[in-house]
Structures are given as C-alpha cells and as structure tokens.
Design a protein around this ligand. Structure first.
Ligand SMILES: *[C@@H]1O[C@H](CO)[C@@H](O)[C@H](O)[C@H]1NC(C)=O
Length: 365
C-alpha cells in the first residue's frame, strides 16, 4: 500500500518536472550543482520505500543535473533520514545536487563548528574564529543582516550584584526573509525537564506546532505545491523538523539558511562554575544554534554575518580566554522583529513588519 503510494507520487512528480526540463540549459544546472548540500536542488528528491532487506532508505533524485532520475541509498551506518534516538544515531542525508550521494551526520548543533552561537553567547564565525558578544539582557541584536535575510536574537540574562556587565543568553531568534518572519524561542521554565518541550515557534505571527510523530515536521507549504516552488523559485519553503523527541529541531529555509537548534537550560554545575549566581525559579532556557548559510552577499552584516565576508579581518584578540567582539551599537535593534540597526542592510520591499507585540509571549523578558 505504502509502496503504491510512493510510486504514484514519483509518477506525478516526473510528469510535473518533465515539462520544465527542456527550458533549463544544462550549463545552469551544472553551476547550481557546485553549491553542495544547501543548494535547494540537493534535497529535491522523492523518498522511496526502503531497501526491503536492509531497511536502508532510498531517494529518487528530481533535481536538474547529473543526478536526475538517479536512485541513491543511505549507507548501512545510517539507514534512516530520521533515526529514533537522534542523540545517539546519525541521520542519513541525500544530496541530489551534483554529488549524487548520501552521508551520515548528527543532526545537532555543533557549538565548536562554523556558524555556531551557544552558551553566554559564544560564537564561532564563518572565518572559524571564536569570540564572545555580551550585549545587554532584554535587548535585541542583528546576528545576520543581508540583502535577502535578517536574523535577530533576543537576549535574556542576569547581572549578579557587583558585576559590571550582564551575563546573557540567546532566548529567541527571528528569521526574516521576503515578506515572512519565523520566530523560534525557548519558553521560560522554572524547573528544567529534558522531556518537556520548551520550544515555541511562530510563523508570520501565528503559533506553529511541530508534530512529534509521523514525519515530525512542519512545512510552510504543503507538499503538492512544493514542486511549483522549487521550479519557479517564487517562494521559499520553510521546513521545521524535530531532531529529538523534544527541544531540538532543524530549520531549513530553502536556498537561504539551514540551522540546527537546541533548547537547553543553565544547569547547576554551569551556574556554579561560571559564577552566574542565577536567581532561583528560572532555568534560563536558551538556544544553542548552528547556522549554515547559502547565498550571503559580500556585504553581509551582523554580529555573525560580518564574519562571512570574504575580506573580513577579525578584530578580536587571539590567544585570550574570552576574545570579545564589540559592535553593540552597530547591531542593536529596537525590537526582535525590527530590521533597523545602524549596520543593517536587509532590503526587501514588501517585508511585512508584524505586530511586534505578537512575540511578547515568546520573548518576554
Ligand atoms: C546558582 O548558584 C548560586 C550560588 O553561586 C546559588 O545561590 C543559586 O541558587 C544558583 N541558582 C540556581 C537557579 O540554581
């Protein structure tokens, strides 16, 4: 039954895509292929029934170019795209761009990897250089500001008596592109429980619930129109997929950014060893994130974004325990959903500024 369904889907998609095939010059398809795992083409496939003997999942590539109509299979080490116990098992990734291959990866942010923002916020830039950015508790800053993409962070924090500055963590992120806004936030919880979801999501101001069973994913567009989107490039698709039973997701905005996000508290040990002296009654749930960008321009701005410029020279001191990144004034925003900061360069005519009070409940301090 399931097999029949998959084959019908394949046939429908073949018919739909075949129409546009001749219109696309081969050269373009090749150029596109070079971008690797984040090229929208890389995930342009249909999932087939798994190999009956081994359970390895299989994909039928639809992307224009070298892999088109190829069937690729997950390696035996990671037979599934969405393994149970994602904490322990690597997931299988299909790349239908030009690589025509599947690889095994953990689906969690790597806080030491490029594009990561973790802890009190500690960054690893696109240039591989680690730095800290303190900001101010309760304030909002632009992590990335580019022509087509703006990513803001809301900071929560505390200032123990006698300290000159706040300790801060990223509590919410706002991802803005075209007319859309996706907000992902850690809910305020008094006592942390790994099994209770403290993740809140809003798409264009409306609350989004990511299912916990089945595909465990939410899509901004239903599957039927996904093909039109990829072929026309008119609108981007957003996919939010759980990578654990609670508190971990992967977010994909086709052709712009992919991010692994985890909600995590400040534990007793961390509180003690760093001397945070957190007030009781708040676990300071916050986000650990790793970003992977496609198509940033050479003028990209933002605390993290600037480190992806080809000519970027990091101003942070090397070899010190806590290299500091300045720029509080250049990247500070009036609110989480604003795109206005002195260095900001997001320009999209028609970006809807949402009612900013709509996010008050997810970014409440
Ligand atoms: C954090 O540690 C301080 C001691 O340094 C303690 O007084 C406080 O209650 C701790 N906070 C939490 C939330 O555990």
């Amino acid at each position: 039954m399931a097999g029949g369904g998959a084959m019908v889907l394949v046939l429908v998609l073949v018919l739909v895509t075949a129409g546009g095939a001749w219109a696309a010059p081969e050269k373009q398809a090749k150029k596109k292929g070079g971008k690797g795992a984040l090229d929208p083409a890389s995930t342009h496939y249909v999932v087939l029934d798994p190999n009956e003997k081994t359970g390895q999942e299989r994909f039928f590539c639809l992307a224009r170019g070298k892999c088109r109509w190829d069937i690729i299979e997950c390696p035996p080490e990671c037979p599934q795209r969405k393994p149970k116990k994602a904490r322990l098992n690597k997931g299988c990734f299909a790349d239908c761009s030009s690589r025509c291959e599947t690889t095994c990866k953990y689906r969690k942010p790597n806080c030491n990897g490029y594009g990561s923002v973790c802890y009190d916020p500690r960054f690893v830039g696109g240039d591989g250089v680690m730095f800290y950015f303190h900001g101010v508790k309760g304030a909002d800053f632009a992590l990335v500001s580019d022509e087509r993409l703006q990513i803001n962070a809301h900071l929560i924090g505390t200032r123990p008596e006698g300290r000159a500055r706040d300790f801060t963590w990223v509590q919410a992120l706002a991802i803005m592109f075209e007319s859309h806004t996706l907000v992902i936030a850690a809910k305020r919880v008094a006592v942390w429980d790994d099994h209770v979801d403290a993740l809140a999501l809003r798409w264009d101001g409306r609350e989004v619930l990511v299912p916990t069973d089945g595909d465990a994913e939410w899509r901004s567009v239903d599957e039927a129109t996904a093909e039109d989107i990829i072929s026309s490039n008119k609108e981007r698709e957003v996919v939010v997929e759980r990578t654990d039973d609670a508190n971990a997701v992967r977010i994909m905005v086709s052709g712009l950014v992919e991010m692994d996000v985890k909600v995590t508290p400040i534990g007793d040990e961390e509180n003690r060893s760093h001397g945070y002296r957190l007030p009781a009654g708040d676990a300071f749930a916050h986000l650990e994130t790793q970003f992977r960008f496609t198509k940033l321009t050479e003028e990209v701005e933002g605390i993290l974004g600037q480190t992806y410029r080809p000519d970027y020279v990091s101003p942070v001191k090397k070899g010190v325990a806590m290299p500091m990144m300045g720029g509080e004034d250049r990247f500070r925003l009036p609110s989480l959903l604003s795109t206005r900061c002195p260095a900001c360069c997001f320009r999209y005519v028609g970006h809807r500024i949402l009612d900013e009070s709509a996010t008050v409940d997810v970014a409440q301090y």
